[in-house]
Design a protein around this ligand. Structure first.
Ligand code: ADP
Length: 217
């Protein structure tokens, strides 16, 4: 009998609250494996984005653990958590979180250069990704000059640049037309096929139906 694959990412009995009186997660557990594309769904305000922040080591649970490759992360210093984020995660946030003072290309390159990746190779790959996602804009274009849908695809380029083992995407097709949505979904599916664990918060039933499983909050 084959052994079950080791989880890339685990939430173990996680509790979380922003305000003392309003617990958002209570004793919540979930496991994510290599090669999986998982949809996280639930009503607005239920805590879906918060779950991505917890899984992505941006917030610390008030109780419980987040394990990365089986290693508990709760008590690790911020510096180490940040290094793990840069090395292993690709994030696509709802508001795209682009720096409007820098060019589109610099935004895409930001995490790779922080990580210490080769600059020339990263630039080459960044151009390839921008081309593929239909956002190969002028090199000096700035995020303030692009549409919401373009910003989302630029954020996806940044997320995929380092070939991340974990992708956390918050409504990655939220602002996109059907054709662009398809391009984004295909890219996430391919990243899973390359062995990544891909977690997607979405309200889109068509997209949920094409994920490997749905995790309802
Ligand atoms: P979802 O993604 O499911 O819509 P969120 O994770 O964004 O839910 O938010 C869950 C709840 O936590 C909401 O009620 C929201 O208002 C609240 N919340 C989100 N961020 C913060 C914060 N930084 N401080 C306090 N409350 C917050």
């Amino acid at each position: 009998m084959s052994r079950p694959p080791r989880a890339v990412l685990c939430a173990e009995r996680v509790s979380f609250r922003y305000e003392p009186a309003t617990p958002l997660l209570d004793d919540w557990s979930a496991t994510f494996h290599r090669g999986e594309l998982v949809a996280v769904t639930g009503p607005s305000g239920r805590g879906k984005s918060t779950v991505l922040y917890l899984l992505g080591l941006m917030l610390r649970p008030t109780a419980g653990e987040v394990l990365l490759d089986g290693e508990p992360m709760q008590s690790r210093p911020d510096r180490e958590r940040a290094a793990h984020r840069a090395a292993r995660f690709g994030f696509v946030f709802q508001d795209a979180a682009l720096d409007t003072t820098r060019t589109v290309l610099d935004n895409v390159l930001e995490t790779a250069l922080y990580r210490g990746d080769d600059r020339r190779r990263s630039r080459h790959r960044a151009h390839e990704l921008l081309e593929r996602f239909g956002v190969a804009l002028r090199a000096d274009a700035r995020p303030g000059q692009v549409s919401g849908g373009q910003a989302q695809r630029i954020a996806l380029c940044r997320a995929l640049l380092g070939d991340p083992r974990i992708v956390l995407a918050d409504e990655p097709t939220g602002n996109l037309d059907p054709a662009s949505s398809e391009v984004v979904f295909t890219a996430l599916r391919e990243q899973a096929a390359r062995g990544a664990a891909v977690v997607v918060v979405t309200h889109d039933p068509a997209l949920v139906g094409r994920c490997d499983r749905e995790l309802v909050l």
